[in-house]
Design a binder for this molecule. Structure first.
Ligand code: F6R
Length: 593
């Protein structure tokens, strides 16, 4: 994960420019952050734990620098493990993972490693290879030239040979204090922007969008340097400049947190997305026999709901998989739908790597246009919900469901769009009523250690989404099951213990409604504390806690029933005083596998 940036500028305020870029990159991690600039032939370092705004406390001037925002993989969250790291004449920032770092550390048994980070091995090896090159040159009739950067070519080739994993790295070198050196191997993206006044490199082109409208993407295996007004990229072809697709400026949030703002505005955002999908977008004309649907986290769960619609309406079999678990069965998968809000999720991008040179049609359900995924697939189906700031997804997930629902309609040659307007109105209504309708349920749930969320049919993925959101925001143990699976094992967990509660998502329109009535009784007869979320909670006997929902057609129920799940997670997190928009240990986009 992590985000990096390096800038060489004619002006003396490079720190502020790096800071602006890091604010964009913070979606890749916010455990800690740092900036190194070269000033008077030495490094000036500013490192802070927590979010990028903490760097504001301490700016140094300079014309060249590198910056980093960290999501801890190797080594705890501390200043010691915060990039940039410095060794002799070098400073480094790194994004990605060095898989063989511990073998390399063992190789230098006498060396005193100063951090717990895998990045330190890149720094040490780079230094060693640069020295090795100089020594080779000396042996070879002393041809060394202190202004040459050939030593870096040598070091980069050796780093590629010896480091396993995916990584993007930027270096400052006091021996070449006008250049930022870089290398990319594997899935970690890097883009360059350049003009007469500056040159800059970053993990995401958006971090360069205040400096430039265009970038050049660095390919896997390429390395080089940037210098004011110029760059060098080797080996192989240099990509053409491409336009940066900037996200439309997001309006100010109307609530204290982005989560609440994004939760609240879902009906309006979805209705705008529907309008755009109908009026500004041409749907790909595909006739697949089998579709592989792939994604991670909430995107994967939206895919599960999409599978239900596509199979029911279009009668096309869908296989659904988490990106990291997906295996291409040779000759079997011909159409792959990859779902991703950010379009930068490494697990999802790695699927594209695994099908390279295969005859497969790829469709990206992407929110961030211009992202790596959107540039790599054969067809894009946008979700058009605008930038999502809160780490915990709300509108991006419901937006993914909307695009999948419409695609299922297109594949089936049917049109159930008119019903969506009624759905959005009901979403609005329940968002208004939840604060009042859910008070008691939130009180009950705030006092338990284990929450079980049960549903049937197309609401099973919504139960999973609820459990995911509660873990993510409230840090409370929550687990989802199909209510039909209860008797096959999980029922053993249910007892009169006051520290557990069992939530049922139970719309009366479900063809499994009667079976749901029985499942609830099975739990009640074991003493379980039951909470019903339903349009007809009164139909369940001896229920003390419920949230009343509007009636909704079974097929469209996921749009409505996801809302009390999102709300419950949010309110439990607020009660615990948790950070809402940036939950601990997470990042908006998971850029390592
Ligand atoms: C949960 C959440 C994550 C993401 C997942 C995939 O609230 O946001 O589970 O859904 O990391 O991210 P994208 O959609 O960017 O590929």
């Amino acid at each position: 994960m992590c985000g990096l940036i390096g800038i060489v500028h004619k002006d003396d305020n490079v720190c502020e420019k790096i800071y602006d870029g890091l604010e964009y990159l913070q979606y890749r991690g916010y455990d800690s952050c740092g900036i190194a600039v070269i000033q008077d032939d030495d490094f000036q370092i500013n490192k802070q734990t927590g979010s990028v705004s903490n760097l504001k406390k301490n700016y140094s001037n300079g014309k060249i620098g590198i910056g980093h925002t960290r999501w801890a993989t190797h080594g705890c969250i501390s200043i010691k493990n915060t990039h940039p790291f410095v060794y002799e004449n070098l400073a480094i920032v790194h994004n990605g993972i060095i898989e063989n770092y511990s073998e390399i550390k063992d190789r230098y048994a006498d060396y005193e490693w100063k951090t717990g980070s895998d990045t330190e091995v890149i720094l040490k090896l780079a230094y060693e290879y640069l020295e090795e090159y100089k020594n080779l040159q000396k042996d070879d009739n002393d041809k060394s030239d202190s202004l040459s950067v050939l030593e870096w070519d040598y070091a980069f080739n050796k780093l590629c040979e010896n480091l396993e994993g995916s990584f993007a790295v930027a270096f400052l070198d006091l021996n070449h204090s006008d250049k930022v050196f870089f290398i990319r191997k594997g899935l970690s993206p890097l883009s360059i922007a350049v003009s007469d006044e500056f040159a800059a490199i970053a993990s995401d082109c958006l971090a360069l969008s205040e400096l430039s409208d265009h970038v050049i993407d660095i390919n896997n295996g390429q390395y080089g340097y940037i210098q004011n007004g110029k760059y060098e990229i080797k080996p192989g072809n240099i990509n053409k400049k491409r336009h940066i697709i900037k996200s439309p400026k997001i309006s100010e949030k109307s609530h204290d947190t982005w989560f609440e703002h994004e939760f609240d505005t879902q009906p309006m955002v979805l209705s705008n997305a529907l309008h755009k999908l109908n009026n500004t977008f041409t749907w790909p004309s595909l006739k697949p026999n089998l579709i592989d649907i792939i994604g991670c986290g909430s995107a994967y769960l939206a895919g599960n709901v999409g599978k239900y619609w596509i199979e029911k309406y279009a009668k096309i079999l869908c296989r659904i998989n988490m990106s990291s678990e997906w295996q291409n069965i040779e000759g079997y998968s011909k159409t792959i739908a990859l779902i991703s809000q950010s379009g930068e999720t490494a697990d999802t991008l790695s699927v594209l790597d695994r099908i390279q040179n295969k005859e497969v049609s790829t469709i990206g359900f992407v929110n961030t246009l211009g992202s790596t995924l959107s540039r790599s697939v054969n067809h894009i189906i946008p979700t058009f919900v605008g930038q999502e700031v809160s780490v915990a997804s709300t509108k991006a997930m419901t937006g993914q469901m909307l695009s999948l629902f419409l695609w299922a309609n297109k594949l089936a040659g049917i049109d159930r769009q008119n019903e969506l307007l009624d759905v959005f109105a009901k979403m609005s209504n329940i968002i208004d009523l939840l604060p009042e309708y859910s008070k008691e349920v939130i009180d009950v749930c705030s006092n338990v250690h284990d929450l079980f969320i049960l549903a049937k049919g197309n609401l099973v993925p919504i139960a999973y989404e609820g459990a995911l959101k509660i873990k993510e925001l409230a840090y409370v143990h929550a687990e989802a099951f199909s209510a039909s699976e209860l008797k096959h094992g999980p029922l053993a967990m249910i007892n009169q213990d006051a520290s557990q509660a069992i939530v049922f998502l139970a719309p009366s329109s479900s063809h499994l409604w009667k079976k749901m009535l029985s499942s609830v009784e099975e739990v009640q007869s074991r003493g379980g504390k039951v909470i019903i979320i339903s349009d007809q909670p009164e139909k369940f006997k001896n229920i003390h806690y419920s949230i009343k929902m509007p009636y909704i057609d079974e097929d469209l129920a996921p749009f409505l029933y996801v809302l009390p799940m999102q709300w419950l997670a949010y309110k439990l997190a607020v009660r615990k005083g948790n950070s809402i928009d940036m939950p601990r240990n997470l990042a908006k986009s998971v850029t390592v596998e």
